[in-house]
Write a protein that binds this ligand. Structure first.
Ligand SMILES: Nc1nc2c(ncn2[C@@H]2O[C@H](COP(=O)(O)OP(=O)(O)OP(=O)(O)O)[C@@H](O)[C@H]2O)c(=O)[nH]1
Ligand SMILES: [Mg+2]
Length: 223
């Protein structure tokens, strides 16, 4: 098995993260690379969704993944085994990545020709939403077992994101998850948020999400 590269990120010395994030976004854009920041609570299905997307992309995108965690190399190994170039980033206990940490990860991934780089951020609904990573697309996952009230309780996450993926819809029959209520809360925070319903387990809805992402990435890179 290919040995996964583990990078211990250094804390950023830059104070102005927003400015640094914009520099990174511009730099990636000039190279034709779209960065997608994927955020959610632990266990919502970030890695499972990336695996499902890999199949649904069907080779249409040259892409790689940065897996950020406090510890372990589980997620990067999972993606590598699926044939997706990946590195594991360790944040030294921090609950989010900022733009400079993201830049270190991109350098370690070493994919100058990537059309899409996904940052699987630390599982957390609060801290990651507070830091611009330089991503062109911010995407969050809410899984059905977490409950339909999360957009009301963690508003910044939904305000920050362009795309909301509701995952684990195969479990809808056993949870009291009210889609209309969830959408009302989410759109109250962010009227423009795009919502996709998927099951990373059964594959339902994944093709629609993959097609939308391919289109957004190509649009961003050719802008
Ligand atoms: N029933 C069901 N289970 C799912 C689905 N997607 C993921 N899971 C399960 O949910 C658990 C967590 O999935 P992960 O993909 O590891 O979640 P994650 O968000 O990457 O987790 P962290 O990286 O630890 O934050 C695993 O046991 C998955 O098999 C789904 O669509 N339906
Ligand atoms: Mg994961």
């Amino acid at each position: 098995m290919e040995k996964v590269k583990i990078i211990a990120l250094k804390e950023s010395v830059l104070q102005d993260n927003d400015r640094d994030a914009q520099l990174l976004r511009d730099d990636l854009h000039s190279k034709g690379t779209c960065l997608l920041n994927l955020m959610s609570a632990p266990g919502s299905g970030k890695t499972s969704t990336l695996l499902a997307l890999n199949k649904a992309f069907a080779g249409r995108l040259k892409w790689g993944v940065m897996e950020a965690d406090i510890d372990s190399a589980v997620d990067a190994n999972t993606m590598l085994e699926a044939g997706v170039p990946s590195v594991q980033l360790h944040t030294g206990g921090m609950c989010h990545l900022d733009a400079d940490m993201t830049r270190q990860g991109i350098a370690a991934l070493g994919m100058e020709d990537a059309e899409l780089i996904v940052l699987e951020n630390i599982g957390n609904l609060v801290c990651p939403a507070e830091f611009d990573t330089g991503a062109a697309i911010n995407m969050t996952i809410l899984s059905v077992p977490e409950g339909d009230d999360k957009p009301a309780k963690y508003p910044l996450m939904y305000e920050t994101c362009d795309i909301l993926v509701v995952n684990k819809i195969d479990t809808l029959p056993v949870f009291d998850f009210d889609k209309a209520r969830m959408e009302k809360y989410a759109r109250a925070r962010n009227p423009k948020i795009e919502i996709f319903y998927i099951s990373a387990k059964t594959g339902e809805g994944v093709q629609e999400l993959a097609d939308a992402l391919v289109q957004k990435v190509k649009e961003w890179n050719s802008k």
